[in-house]
Design a protein around this ligand. Structure first.
Ligand code: NDP
Length: 254
């Protein structure tokens, strides 16, 4: 029989960025369910109340704190505060992300900077601060995307940020393996969240997209729980530098 304690995160301490809703909230709660104490961040700490409540109602420890990942000057202090409060840091989930669908001929520098600063620069400096706090090793999980693998029109800054995040995942994995820090990524397929809601308002888009997904349905947030716990836990102890699509077979079939 498999040793399920491999997946147990009891005694682990995690920081999840962008945990006020959607995928970040789901992953923060999944890590807490598996036993981790979790620092949860978003730009507005008040928006984290629901996530904190979910975690505490499970008997877990949640530490909400404000962090705008575009502002590098905030990052080190926030990560240190989380590590101090939780008694260390062993898991970072770089989930905070934004998208502004725009035809490339209309992309402004402000749009480019907002997306790249949030999705890529912020993730790098969170990883850097977390690695300094991970004195006993750890696991970093970056949220990539299908745009990490395929070119999607009108998503060029976003796709550039997520492809960059894959490069970052691989390079940090190679550099920090001697520190005992593993760095992996999850590439969610199509999940209905605040970020993607505008697409789901379009019935024709839904039908067309669903037809391209071999499993015939969009992702449910709970579909991400297993991979997040796996990558955070000892169960993935010999895996680093990899990106795992969770997409109902979409990438495998195009
Ligand atoms: P949501 O828009 O639902 O949530 C985004 C989260 O990021 C919120 O908590 C938001 O909080 C936070 N955030 C945004 N900007 C910043 C910032 N500058 N600093 C700190 N936190 C910030 O998005 P999703 O849950 O859909 O996406 C989560 C991640 O998953 C993103 O990285 C996204 O690119 C990725 N992803 C999503 C897919 C999907 O289908 N939904 C598919 C593939 C990847 P607040 O605004 O309060 O700061």
């Amino acid at each position: 029989m498999a040793d399920l304690s491999l997946f147990d995160l009891t005694g682990q301490t995690a920081l999840v960025t962008g945990a006020s809703r959607g995928i970040g909230q789901e992953i923060a709660v999944a890590l807490a369910r598996a036993g981790a104490d979790v620092a949860i961040t978003a730009r507005d700490a008040a928006s984290l109340a629901a996530c904190a409540e979910l975690i505490t109602s499970l008997g877990g420890t949640a530490y909400p704190l404000a962090l705008d990942v575009r502002d590098v000057s905030q990052i080190s202090g926030a990560v240190t505060a989380a590590a101090d409060r939780l008694g260390g840091l062993s898991i970072l989930v770089n989930n905070a992300g934004v998208e502004q669908v725009t035809p490339s001929l209309e992309v402004t520098e402000a749009i480019w900077d907002n997306i790249l600063d949030t999705n890529l620069k912020g993730a790098f400096f969170c990883a850097q601060a977390a690695a300094k706090a991970m004195t006993a090793g750890g696991a970093i999980i970056n949220l990539c995307s299908l745009t990490t693998e395929v070119g999607i029109p009108t998503a060029v800054p976003y796709g550039s940020s997520k492809t960059g995040l894959l490069g970052m995942t691989r390079a940090l994995a190679a550099e920090w393996a001697p520190l005992g820090i593993r760095v992996n990524a999850i590439a969610p397929g199509y999940f209905r969240t605040a970020m993607t809601e505008e697409f789901y308002q379009n019935e024709a888009w839904q039908m067309a997209m669903q037809a391209k997904i071999p499993m015939g349905r969009f992702g449910a947030l709970a579909d991400l729980d297993g991979i997040a716990v796996f990558l955070a836990s000892r169960a993935s102890a010999y895996i680093t530098g990899q990106c795992f699509p969770v997409d109902g077979g979409f990438l495998a079939s195009i």
